[in-house]
Design a protein around this ligand. Structure first.
Ligand code: GCW
Length: 717
């Protein structure tokens, strides 16, 4: 497209001088003046009569937020009263602090909401009514305050309507894959926000904004470091740095976790072994853990990747995952710490379908893990592909704590150039029926601990945050951070609800804007799947950096090549994982095997994941498989153009800097979608030997050219 350069330059200059332009830094916490008069006076009357029942660091954090709200929404300052009956309208405190003014029923109701729950509404006391936000703990109140603020931002606040909420998952956690040198594995938004070199002395104000953003969506735990771990993080110097961050996060209810390299006893402990049953190794971890708690008394625990992709682990010593995990769990237990052990394990020495390896390793160990261990399982059995059927471990192990690992950063979903709202994908996984341990079980109900009474529940998301001014590279990638928090709080929420909420908080109330942006958001994942990996195709991206298409990628270990997964040949395409093939399907419950075992019955979105199907296989709409593949790729490209048009139609209603940022990225996305379509269709045509359907835009370019493209400096490696 023709874009005169001087125009772009002028445009940039204009916006860098125009302070009202929005660079996205404030995320969904951008408090704008309230337009509606009655709402404005209501909020004003509350903010001018605040009384806090007591003092603590979390209440200070709440005051800080209320100050920002008053400034942004009313251009004023709040008034805090020292006497609860003197000109107050708004009461903030814990259930215990307010016990004298609450009825016994109300107290019981609030108590039932648990440590992080909250209630907000009106209470009557001595003939006067007060608006109150009450929790069992200060952190619950903090969540209640954010919820109240959101209701103002979305113009739904009504004093007389009571509202109560509590999270359904205990640990709602971000996993940063941040290295100590500030590079971020699979990070596409700049460098790590953890400035290890200047810590602990220098506290970047960004850490506080990070904590605010997380608390506002209910995230209560962060693992600071890459799972491909560096043992140095466990040295005293780094513990002091981690402590400085933990101190910043504590008032916001956020606990710090660190990744533990299994071989640390050798690397930093001077031992000859890291055998989990060796007494010296056990002692090393006990001492390390005690030291950690001396700096961070509420340290969350360790997150471990072991015996996967070259990471050290218990297998080196002939020990299994339970022996490795339990040893670390024992060191943490006296302090109330948690050991999170990842189920993402597979080995190139194992010939078995990679899809099956985690179940093969973990099912026999079910019930052998200590109570303070959680097995963190990726949503699917391969690796965060654009679409994956749910991981067969969910429901298969029932005597062990299990948690979810989603990937917020878009390693396989267009990185930071493609607009992809991931929530529909997560929702699809959470709603999937596992049929185990009970016939009505879903991945979500298993995670919530409903089925097994699991107390320690977890949802983790691999962070997409970096030093970019807007935090996530693509403005719309903020929606995925936001959505992750909302989904971890309540796995039963819908994509529509989250999309609407994020859009209103980010772009305001205009109904046309909200409707159109929601449409973009809600269709974006299916669109990306269409132009990347339709009908159950997977793992056909560029080697190593995972940027762009690479269905031809060969060489090296088989399970890192594309043909291992697509299995295209002159007869057809797809990975036969039925009992005639690798047998991976049999790791699911019999009901799933029955639904998915027949290529004519399985939802087509998973067809090629489980079946090798002839090119002229008939799809439900009458297309042959070959035509269907072509139509999906073509539709993906066309839908990106539709997104562009929808976005363009909002130009007059969106902040110019944000508008142009997204417009440019959508142009890149269109080019990348075309690249995926052309490269994949031309490549697969070499097997199908069939013409393209005439009603699609014919793939252009030369397959050899696409194969020759190299991206040695692609981000995130
Ligand atoms: O998806 C793969 C990534 C690796 C990552 C690994 C994992 C942290 O390509 O970069 O390593 O998964 O989840 O451990």
């Amino acid at each position: 497209m023709y874009r005169p350069i001087y125009f772009t330059l002028l445009f940039c200059l204009f916006f860098s001088l125009n302070s009202s332009a929005n660079d996205g830094y404030k995320l969904w916490l951008d408090y704008q003046p309230i337009q509606e008069q009655s709402l404005k006076s209501e909020v004003k009357s509350l903010l001018e009569g605040i009384y806090f029942f007591g003092e603590n660091p979390t209440f200070d954090a709440i005051k800080n937020e209320l100050n920002l709200v008053a400034k942004g929404m009313l251009n004023s300052d709040p008034i805090y009263s020292k006497d609860r009956l003197q000109n107050t309208t708004f009461w903030i405190g814990t259930r215990e602090q307010l016990s004298q003014v609450l009825s016994l029923t109300k107290q019981a109701e609030i108590k039932a909401l648990g440590a992080e729950g909250y209630w907000r509404g009106e209470i009557e006391f001595e003939g006067k009514s007060y608006y109150a936000i009450i929790g069992n703990q200060p952190v619950g109140i903090l969540y209640g305050v954010y919820n109240w603020i959101n209701s103002i931002q979305s113009n739904t606040f009504n004093k007389s309507i009571e509202f109560a909420d509590a999270p359904k998952i205990k640990l709602r956690m971000l996993n940063h894959w941040d290295n100590l040198d500030r590079t971020v594995e699979r990070g596409y938004a700049g460098f790590s926000i953890w400035d290890w070199h200047r810590l602990p002395g220098y506290i970047d104000p960004r850490y506080i904004d990070y904590a605010r953003a997380n608390a506002s969506i209910g995230i209560n735990a962060v693992s600071l470091t890459n799972v491909n771990a560096n043992a140095l993080i466990l040295t005293t110097d780094f513990m002091k740095k981690a402590k400085a961050l933990a101190d910043v996060f504590r008032p916001y209810g956020i606990k710090v976790f660190l990744t533990a390299r299994f071989s640390a006893p050798i690397q930093i402990g001077g031992l000859k072994t890291a055998d989990p049953l060796d007494p010296e190794v056990i002692e090393f971890w006990k001492k390390k853990t005690d030291e950690m708690y001396s700096f961070i008394p509420d340290f969350g625990g360790f997150l471990v990747k072991a015996n996967s992709e070259g990471q050290p682990g218990p297998h080196e010593y002939g020990r299994n995952h339970a022996e490795g995990a339990n040893m670390l769990a024992d060191a943490l237990a006296p302090h109330g710490g948690i050991l999170i052990w990842r189920a993402f394990v597979y080995s190139h020495e194992d010939e078995v379908d990679r899809h099956m390896q985690a179940n093969n390793e973990f099912e026999p160990l079910d019930g052998k893990f200590k109570d303070n261990v959680i097995i963190q399982i990726k949503n699917g059995a391969i690796d965060f592909q654009p679409r994956e059927p749910f991981h067969p471990l969910f429901g298969a192990i029932n005597q062990t704590n299990v948690g979810m690992e989603f990937q917020i950063t878009q390693e396989y979903l267009g990185q930071a150039t493609n607009l992809v709202f991931l929530t529909p994908m997560w929702e699809e996984v959470l709603k999937s029926k596992t049929y185990r341990p009970t016939p009505s079980s879903t991945v979500g109900s298993v995670l919530e601990g409903k089925e097994t009474n699991q107390k320690m529940t977890l949802m983790a998301g691999v962070s997409n945050i970096g030093t970019d001014r807007n935090w996530t590279g693509h403005l719309f990638a903020q929606s995925n951070w936001f959505a992750f928090g909302k989904m971890a709080w309540n796995p039963e929420i819908t994509s529509e609800e989250i999309a609407k909420e994020w859009t209103e908080l980010t772009f305001g109330q205009d109904q046309e804007v909200v409707t159109k942006i929601d449409e973009i958001l809600l269709e974006s994942h299916e669109t990306a799947v269409d132009y990347m990996t339709p009908l159950g195709l997977h793992h056909i991206m560029g080697r190593s950096h995972h940027y762009g298409p690479g269905p031809w990628v060969m060489g090296g270990r088989a399970d890192w090549t594309a043909p291992y997964y697509h299995q295209a040949d002159s007869l057809g395409i797809g990975f036969d994982r039925t009992s005639d093939g690798s047998g991976a399907l049999d790791q699911y419950a019999p009901e799933v095997v029955q639904n998915w075992g027949d290529p004519h019955q399985i939802p087509e979105k998973y067809l090629l994941w489980f079946h090798h199907v002839p090119w002229d296989f008939k799809l439900k709409n009458g297309d042959t498989l070959w035509e269907g593949i072509a139509h999906h790729y073509d539709r993906g490209v066309k839908n990106v153009r539709k997104m562009q048009e929808t976005w363009a139609s909002l130009e007059s209603k969106i902040d110019p800097e944000e508008f142009d940022h997204v417009r440019q990225l959508l142009e890149i996305q269109e080019e990348e979608a075309e690249w995926w379509r052309n490269a994949c269709l031309l490549y697969f045509q070499t097997f199908s030997n069939r013409p393209f359907p005439t009603d699609i835009e014919q793939p252009e370019g030369d397959l050899e050219y696409y194969k020759s493209l190299m991206f040695p400096n692609a981000p995130g490696i």
